[in-house]
Design a protein around this ligand. Structure first.
Ligand code: SAH
Ligand code: SF4
Ligand code: F3S
Length: 450
């Protein structure tokens, strides 16, 4: 008997790596429930928008995208292509809930980040004639345990969420509300998933969490730290590289710093957001550390791992930020010498404490952002140029744009282009860096590798 023709699903992902990971897990869950992933929404039987709520207009963007999808769904029906089910998942789903269905009745499904394992049952309910399904509570069962295990993968590099949620309540941030209280997946569950990834050809895992270095999952003999988890994953046959993101400065303990020296699989790249260089602003942000604490921490990290590439996040124009506060941020950037960094204008988020304070004028935010970005760009250019002439191990991930070219990653997370045979895909190979670009490097193989 032939299997029934799979239905087509399309998932569009916004926001952070945790959403990318969640989209992969939803794809896997729905593949088991009679769907296949397609690359465009036009003919899809199910379209999911996996959304982000971190900055302003995120929700508005979702509504305008839903407007476009509504037209697509009508066109599909006119062509005789049948119905298109539409769902909103992720942090906007969590924040807006029922309101999404009220504003856009086309939407059949609204699912918060902790309830994705319920998707197949929700789709069954719709097939059975039920009305729009909205789940934004934090169910007691564990979504990770209930989702099917990881499928065969094309890329040698994979994300693995180990921690989710946040209890820190920075005054600007929606994450504690959209992702819920901080929790860590148990060690055994993470190890099983990491072993499966290795068995399916993965060579590099990036451990994910909103505050991944606060990891404290249950393992042998009690709670394990992230450092202990990393050392255990490093012991898995086939796993050659480990990364983790995002870290909070206050959870960067000595053991994790030490792991960067004693665990060769752990890559020398650290995303460690500081947000501001002004103690006054840090205090108002509820970050619970000073600029000096951060700079000391960077010194300790560099003393242990001198080549550590540092990355960060910054917010300009937080309520009450003065020119002097902003100068402190520029000074911190000079002292830290980031390899890469992300910077944003403060965006008031409904329900967060800072949103009701008096706002910094938009023009001031624009001017500060431009200055900060110029400074960060100069540091990044210096870091990129310093790589030229060095030989680095590169993990080749996929074909490049030019024929005969592959693209991989350096230990410092930079994309590296090189002419190399396809037999080197998924392998870590020494490459001599010949040229630096703003966000990537190009190099040549230094030896014949079969
Ligand atoms: N958990 C991470 C970051 C999560 S959000 C941490 O603690 O650092 C990613 C980044 O978005 C933040 O680091 C911050 O720089 C930015 N961000 C968060 N809320 C914001 C807001 N309301 N306006 C502007 N940027 C924001
Ligand atoms: Fe948001 Fe702060 Fe938690 Fe990071 S630590 S997710 S910025 S509340
Ligand atoms: Fe966005 Fe939610 Fe991630 S708000 S940044 S998708 S945790």
């Amino acid at each position: 008997m032939n299997a029934p023709t799979p239905k087509k699903m399309f998932i569009r992902t916004y926001g952070c790596q945790m959403n990318v990971y969640d989209s992969e897990r939803m794809t896997e869950a729905l593949t088991g429930a009679g769907y296949e992933a397609v690359d465009a929404p036009e003919d899809a039987d199910l379209v999911l928008l996996n959304t982000c709520h971190i900055r302003e207009k995120a929700a508005e963007k979702v509504y305008s995208e839903l407007g476009r999808i509504r037209k697509m769904a009508a066109e599909k029906a006119e062509r005789g292509g049948g119905a298109m089910r539409v769902g909103v998942t992720g942090c906007v789903a969590q924040a807006e809930g029922e309101e999404i269905v009220r504003r856009q009745p086309l939407v059949d499904l609204v699912v918060g980040p902790q309830a994705y394992h319920r998707l197949p049952a929700m789709l069954d309910a719709l097939d059975g004639g039920a009305g729009a399904q909205v789940v934004t509570d934090f169910p007691t069962e564990d979504k990770f345990e209930a989702l099917p295990q990881r499928a065969q993968r094309k890329s040698p590099s994979a994300f693995l969420s180990v921690q989710e949620g946040c209890d820190k309540f920075c005054a600007f941030c929606v994450v504690p509300y959209t992702r819920g209280a901080e929790f860590s997946r148990p060690v055994a569950q993470v190890m099983t998933e990491a072993r499966r990834l290795a068995a399916s050809g993965v060579r590099e895992v990036t451990l994910l969490g909103q505050n991944v270095n606060a990891y404290h999952g249950e393992g042998d003999g009690g709670a394990w730290s992230l450092a202990r988890l990393i050392r255990a994953i490093a012991g898995i046959e086939g796993i050659e590289r480990i990364r983790y993101t995002t870290s909070h400065p206050n959870d960067m303990d000595d053991d994790l710093i030490a792991a960067h020296a004693d665990t060769p699989e752990l890559m020398p790249y650290l995303h460690l957001p500081v947000q501001s260089g002004s103690d006054r602003v840090l205090k108002a942000m509820n970050r619970k550390h000073t600029a000096e604490d951060y700079l000391r921490l960077i010194e300790r990290i560099r003393a242990t791992r001198p080549d550590m590439a540092l990355s960060g996040d910054f917010i300009v124009g937080f309520p009450g930020e003065t020119d002097a506060d902003f100068e402190d941020t520029l000074a911190l950037v000079e002292a830290t010498r980031y390899a890469q960094a992300f910077s944003f204008k403060y965006s008031p988020r409904p329900g967060t404490p800072a949103s009701t304070a008096e706002q910094v004028p938009e023009a001031v935010k624009d001017a500060r952002l431009a200055r900060l970005q110029a400074s960060l760009r100069a540091h990044q250019t210096r870091f990129q140029e310093d790589c030229v002439g060095r030989t680095m191990p590169v993990l080749f991930e996929k074909a490049g744009r030019e024929p005969g070219q592959l693209v991989g990653r350096s230990p410092y997370l930079q994309p590296v282009h090189a002419y190399a045979p396809e037999t080197l895909l998924r392998r870590i190979v020494p490459v001599r860096m010949e040229a630096a670009f703003p966000n990537s490097l190009s190099g040549t193989l230094i030896e014949e590798v079969a």
